[in-house]
Unconditional design. Sequence first.
Length: 219
Amino acid sequence: MRLRIFAIAAGLCFAGAALAQTPTSNLPQAPAADHREAVSAPSQKTKSAAAPAATAKIDPAKEAAIRHLMDITNTSKLGDDVAEYISNQVRSYMSRSLDSATLPKFMGTFNQKFALSAPSQNVTDAMVPIYNRAFSKEEIDGLVQFYESPLGQHVVKVLPQVLQQSQDAAAKMDQDAALSVLRGMSNDYPQLKQMLPEQNQPPASGAPSQQQPAPQQQP
């Protein structure tokens, strides 16, 4: 699930580089906000100004293009991915308390009720206004054109594996660096010698691990 999220985000950035963008340096800069206003509760004026933006009706043609873009990039499956992730987390947690005969029935009931209370389509519907604010109709059309191309479809297919391998490589490098730093500090902190694995040995369960926790989005 998290790989699809990362893949789409990276893919949109990749494709967006081919689109004509207005340089941000040409945009007017907002004045610095007063510190007292930043830490205070939102004013009524701020609330009233934000409301129209949240409820603004999207042009039907643009909405259709957004939903098509989400389909061809598999972003429209995000709701299903999030639901699956949450279900797996619940199963993992409840398996510590329920026996193997009770767990399947519990999860069947949970998944049924969860699907009714949080339909995956609601996630897709909630993403449409986000795309609407982030991209113009012309940019959406440009992204659709890219992702419908052979290169775009190749990106959707292989980018999750590329990101997974990159994440694994980065985690391994950081793990090795952390262990090296800790070993270098063991003369000053002798207790580290008992905690760290031997050189060229896999790390113990308490040492830094290559496995990364699922992003808290994510969902």
